[in-house]
Write a protein that binds this ligand. Structure first.
Ligand code: 26Q
Length: 808
């Protein structure tokens, strides 16, 4: 039931072309058309938006503020049209005006304001919060450059700048009148007046935070929410007349220092580096956000005493932790509240989600950096830390080991996770296993002290985008089998599909849908890269950020083993495979880049060896990103989720594959555990050590060398890596890292321990694939039972267990 017909939309687009670009349809280029379409949809959303705003304010509802350094939004045109219920009409209007709608959608750049899982999760949650009619706002930075574009040159990763705003700004509305001022540096002195200390702040540098708002449309609702992206500007224009007074240089300096803040997204995923600019980014966006929430609250209620009743601030990992001392600062210094009162408000407002247990990802900021850049915030953190320390000492009865582990400031560092645990009223992990590890290991002490604080909310994905929108044929099948499109707002209805688990016609249709999606993907790859993928082979896919713990290397080692086996015995019985990889490596992560090069070398060797023809193919897809994932997921058959158990907090790619009918080969890690619970042993290819077995083995002593020496296949692969693929290009460094450690820990992620078990699981997958009917049945069961991995379920969990807000 669309509100707009094709003709109406076409007229609106023509109007936009005329007024905004001075062009007729005949004079318009694709980019004008794209921008005109975006403007038309923005108008529709704006009309809805004013209704939402009115409703929220009249009802005085509690609002959610989702703070995240990353929102990996991808494209918006098709998605917004879909959610507004005008996708078909818009496509027709575009065609009617003489353009190709597919080509038009492809011109939109991805909004790549994130690295991977954490950023994409935030984007999926915005969709669900809006669809479930929860008043919510996302906050982040309007990075001028999003995640870099990856090119593969001579097998190696090269990074290019991502100037997404050239077209991506079509969705942004600048609200200059809602600018906030953020202060850095300077000194604080305290003046004693009326029995209390008032801070006086001098010599600071101001940066202006200018909001650029992106409106978010919900599905099947007129409710809209906003993603607020802060841009950084200097308050002092560079003024030549100051030149002689020496202020000119200062003004230029200030301008540069201000505007660099919103320049670029840090491309590190699951890795912390204590860079001053990163800390400035964090405080910039957090301070602007908290000030903006407080300003609106004051306007509406005239007091901050009820602040915590009307707002929850959700902190996406520790990156926005400074929201805690920033809100304290405002309540203390600007409202004049005493400490207890301010602390009570803060600790009833803020909740924290942890996304990783990797030690190298935990944020610990040098105190010299914090105190120099944020003197007042530093004083507040010190006071929070001192009070917490007293509580810890009392609770742990002087057990200084435990006090030290839980301290907020220790060894001249500020530990952001401990600050969050101290101040937040809820702390959650992102899968059942991960939340368990937080409770029993990483945050053991804090959990003993306050067990009720520690919760689980298993991640979920936007099933409207990641199934219905990108896989229309599967969407039709689900509608046919579950009685219409009800599953779009009630993903639990997907389980009705299971009534057809033994319906030969439906199983056949599942197979045909996959085959057709594979052909479409292969056609895309051929057009873009000139490579012919073998669509008769199983598409076996590992796409995610490159990281040692995700073990792309285990996959590669197994492929090399297959290759060597095939060379030695060309007749060996093997189910044909097309192995696909996609992964960006953090630019400074040397080993990750080596692994990318290795994959490309293996690809070159295998694809050019006649023995492998029509049987084994390996291809590295460059620049893996949201819009590529959208094409790939519907075409995938085997989903590689093979991290060392205990390391992947949840994973969300695993859910996208499952929903699109791929089967999983994986370890019992992250949300794989819950996927296994859903589908049972028979519908997943599990292998490897469990998280507790990994911990035990580490405890007993893991000797990679022994595994290597006693396994002929591993030695075989090792020899090829040492010899290399061509003159002067070998991977002996990688073998050394695995076998002896090369100065570090040998095989830290236990590839060797899981190799045989992985090999066996791969064999099971291959054998099963030969029985297409059985495979399709497993595929159907996976789709049918994937409903609980919809973000709508996650958001209802957050709303009920943590936020205490009503929802649809
Ligand atoms: C921190 C400090 C300085 C620079 C960068 C960072 C930084 C940036 C990004 C640290 C971590 C990240 C990203 C973490 C991440 O994406 N974690 C993933 O979150 C997903 C959503 O919950 C999970 O599904 C994945 O398991 C988890 O790896």
């Amino acid at each position: 039931m669309a509100e707009y017909t094709k003709d109406q939309l076409a007229r609106l687009i023509i109007g936009k072309l005329q007024r905004n670009f001075g062009r007729t349809v005949d004079q318009a280029h694709l980019i004008h058309m794209f921008k005109a379409c975006a403007l038309v949809l923005r108008d529709i959303m704006a009309a809805h938006g004013s209704t939402s705003e009115r409703l929220t304010h009249v009802a005085h509802k509690r609002q959610v503020h989702y703070l995240s350094m990353e929102f990996l939004m991808g494209r918006s045109l098709e998605k917004n049209a879909y959610n507004l219920g005008v996708l078909e009409e818009l496509k027709e209007a575009i065609e009617f005006l003489g353009f190709d709608s597919g080509e038009l959608f492809e011109t939109e750049p991805d909004a790549g304001l994130g690295n991977g899982g954490l950023g994409r999760l935030a984007a999926c949650y915005l969709d669900s919060m809006t669809t479930l009619e929860i008043p919510a706002t996302g906050y982040s930075i309007c990075y001028e450059l999003g995640i870099f574009k990856q090119k593969i040159v001579d097998g190696q990763q090269v990074e290019l700048a991502d100037h997404w705003l050239d077209l991506g700004d079509a969705w942004l509305i600048t609200k200059v009148d809602e600018t906030e001022e953020v202060r850095f540096g300077g000194t604080v002195e305290y003046n004693w007046k009326d029995g209390r200390n008032y801070p006086v702040y001098t010599g600071y540098t101001s940066v202006l935070a200018i909001p650029k708002d992106m409106e978010i449309a919900g599905y099947g609702t007129e409710h809209t929410n906003t993603l607020r992206l802060w841009d950084a500007k200097s308050p002092t224009p560079v003024d030549m007349s100051l030149y002689s007074s020496g202020d000119y240089l200062k003004a230029v300096e200030q301008q540069a220092m201000a505007e660099v803040i919103a320049k670029v997204l840090y491309p590190d995923d699951n890795h912390y580096e204590g860079k001053s600019l990163r800390l400035r980014q964090q405080y910039f966006f957090v301070s602007a956000t908290v000030q903006s929430i407080v300003r609106k609250h004051r306007e509406e209620y005239g007091t901050l005493r009820n602040f915590h009743e009307k707002h929850v601030i959700q902190i996406n990992d520790t990156h926005p932790t400074l929201a805690i001392p920033e809100l304290m600062r405002i309540l203390l210094d600007e409202e004049g509240y005493d400490w207890e009162e301010a602390w009570n408000i803060v600790t009833h407002t803020v909740a924290y989600t942890n996304h990783t247990v990797l030690a190298e990802a935990l944020e610990r900021w040098p105190q010299s950096l914090v105190s120099g850049l944020l003197p007042r915030i530093w004083d507040i953190i010190r006071e929070i830390a001192a009070r917490y320390q007293r509580d810890l000492e009392a609770y742990f009865e002087g057990d200084m080991g435990r006090v030290a582990r839980n301290a907020i400031i220790w060894d001249n560092e500020v530990r952001m996770a401990n600050l969050c645990i101290c101040a937040c009223y809820a702390v959650n992990g992102v899968s059942a296993l991960h939340s368990d590890i937080l409770r029993k290991d990483v945050f053991f002490d804090a959990c003993q002290r306050e067990p009720a604080k520690f919760k689980n909310v298993t991640n979920g994905i936007d099933h409207r985008r990641w199934l219905s929108e990108i896989n229309p044929a599967l969407d039709s099948l689900i509608r046919d089998c579950t009685g219409g499109d009800g599953y779009l707002l009630d993903p639990s209805r997907m389980q009705l599909l299971e009534d057809y688990a033994d319906d030969a016609g439906v199983l056949e249709r599942i197979g045909q849908i996959k085959a057709e999606n594979k052909r479409r993907f292969a056609a895309y790859v051929e057009k873009e890269h000139g490579i012919l993928l073998n669509t008769d082979a199983m598409f076996d896919v590992q796409v995610k950020r490159l990281h040692e713990y995700k073990r792309q290397l285990l996959n590669v080692i197994h492929i090399i083993y297959l290759y060597l086996h095939m060379k030695e015995n060309p007749n060996f019985d093997f189910t044909p495979r097309t192995y696909l990889f996609g992964a960006k490596a953090a630019p400074g992560y040397y080993l990750a880049k080596r692994i990318i090069r290795l994959i490309n070398d293996v690809s070159k060797r295998v694809n050019n060896d006649p023995v492998c023809r029509d049987r084994l193919q390996v291809y590295f897809l460059e620049n893996y990103r949201v819009s590529l994932a959208e094409k790939l997921m519907p075409a995938s058959e085997l989903s590689e989720q093979i991290s060392t158990a205990g390391k992947e907090a949840s994973g969300t790619g695993n859910m996208k594959f499952m929903m699109n009918g791929a089967l999983t080969i994986g370890t019992l890690d992250g949300a794989n555990v819950e996927m296994h619970q859903q589908v049972g042993d028979d519908n997943i290819f599990l292998f490897g050590l469990t998280a507790s077995e990994v911990a035990d083995l580490k405890q007993r002593g893991y000797y990679a060398y022994d595994y290597y020496m006693s396994n002929p296949d591993l030695k075989w692969v090792g020899k090829l890596l040492n010899d290399g693929f061509e003159e002067g290009n070998n991977y002996a460094d990688i073998t050394r890292r695995l076998v002896t450690g090369d100065g570090g820990m040998a095989d830290e992620y236990m590839l060797f321990a899981d190799f045989e078990s992985y090999k066996a699981a791969q064999q099971r997958a291959g054998a099963t694939y030969r029985d297409q009917k059985k495979w399709n049945r497993m595929s159907l069961i996976n789709v049918a039972r994937s409903g609980i991995f919809a973000a709508d379920r996650s958001i209802r969990d957050y709303a009920d267990d943590i936020w205490n807000v009503p929802h649809r």
